[in-house]
Design a protein around this ligand. Structure first.
Ligand SMILES: Cc1cc2nc3c(=O)[nH]c(=O)nc-3n(C[C@H](O)[C@H](O)[C@H](O)COP(=O)(O)O)c2cc1C
Length: 365
């Protein structure tokens, strides 16, 4: 099991879906940062279940408590422990799934790996685990904003076959995105997505989608080639989110259809640095940020737990029909938006701190 992430800004998350609480310990947060619960709660509210008719009906307030690492609303440089209670769990909903591993969920693989698993709620494979990521990501994002003016915005760019129109990268904001119940800035697409997700929720089925993310004002120089190239670290972080199936940076897979002459990003002068005219690179070249916007797209599968009957087998191999009970997300992408933002903040801050350490230690020329 590996529940820790990051080198200088290091987080360790804990908790299962139906235990007493979930949370995170952050080691390496710089001292002197103003930090109160409200700074973190905003992002947890955007992640929480039961927030709209399109998400799971599990009702959790997800109120965060800062247990340590701050005094009078300021970080001390010591470990920051953040905790969120689990309240609305209904283990009985899972009784018919104890003997039958849910197709495409993690019941079978957890059982094979550990020889034991949490008896309900998916244990650690549940998306409740992402509370730690979102909470620590909100802290990282605050450091990034105050120190470098870096900001990170994610949104839903597709649900099933419905694609959003291109977004204005310079101006898009979280509050603009939150005007849409699916967190898609395109109004026409929002209506179609809402109708589709509602229909599938009523049917007891589910659907996948994509989340796009932009990271603005990242200085050139972040990323640690070879094995911790910036895009490699971002890919690792994003693919650690439950239900992710794909990761793209810049032109992504569409770029594979282009010629070099079409795909290259010519350099131009931008103030005191070189910039690029186009941004097919997605702000990263050679595993290092180049100062342009970092652009990402993450693919999420349809959630596995559906209440439609599915032919499968139980743990002994005997034929079975599974009709999942309980409350589940018909589509995870609206709630995945703050998780993607949190993961992005964790990676960028860790890389920024590592680059600061390198810069501070340079020999004079
Ligand atoms: C925000 C969010 C909510 C999720 N909600 C559900 C859910 O209600 N039901 C479900 O089966 N999976 C849900 N998932 C996905 C599962 O946690 C995930 O599919 C499962 O752990 C198996 O892991 P894998 O899909 O990464 O292989 C959710 C994922 C995210 C990011």
């Amino acid at each position: 099991m590996s529940s820790s992430f990051g080198t200088l800004f290091r987080i360790s998350t804990f908790g299962e879906s139906h235990c007493k609480a979930v949370g995170v310990v952050i080691d390496g947060c710089p001292p002197g940062l103003g930090l109160i619960e409200k700074d973190i709660q905003v992002q947890l509210d955007r992640r929480r279940p039961g927030q709209s008719a399109l998400t799971t009906d599990r009702q959790e307030a997800d109120q965060v408590i800062i247990l340590s690492g701050t005094e009078n609303g300021v970080t001390l440089g010591t470990p920051i422990a953040l905790q969120v209670a689990n309240k609305d769990h209904r283990p009985k909903d899972y009784t018919n799934m104890q003997d039958i591993p849910r197709p495409s969920h993690a019941d079978y693989t957890y059982q094979m790996k550990y020889g034991i698993r949490a008896s309900s709620g998916g244990g650690r494979s549940s998306a409740r685990e992402t509370i730690g990521t979102v909470a620590s990501g909100a802290v990282a994002a605050k450091v990034l904003k105050e120190k470098y003016n870096i900001d990170i915005v994610a949104w839903v760019s597709s649900v099933g076959e419905i694609e959003a129109e291109t977004v204005a990268f310079d101006t898009i904001t979280r509050s603009e995105i939150d005007k849409s119940i699916v967190r898609c800035p395109d109004r026409t697409a929002t209506e179609k997505m809402t109708a589709l997700v509602t229909e599938l929720k009523d049917l007891g089925d589910s659907i996948g989608g994509t989340v796009s993310c932009i990271i603005r004002n990242v200085p050139p120089g972040l990323g640690e080639p070879t094995y911790e190239k910036l895009e490699a670290k971002l890919a690792q972080a994003m693919l650690a989110i439950p239900a992710t199936k794909g990761f793209e940076v810049g032109s992504g897979f569409a770029g594979t259809r282009l010629r070099g002459s079409q795909h290259n990003d010519p350099f131009i002068r931008k103030g005191d640095r070189l910039g690029t005219e186009t941004n097919n690179s997605g702000g990263i070249q050679g595993g290092i940020s180049n100062g342009e916007y970092i652009t990402l797209r993450i693919g999420f599968k349809p959630p596995a737990t559906i209440s439609l009957p599915q032919d499968t087998v139980d743990f002994s191999g005997k034929s079975a029909v599974l009709e999942a009970k309980g409350r589940h997300d018909p589509c995870v992408v609206p709630r995945a938006v703050p998780i993607v933002e949190g993961m992005a903040a964790l990676v960028i801050l860790d890389m920024a701190l590592r680059q600061e350490a390198r810069k501070a230690f340079q020999f004079k020329k």
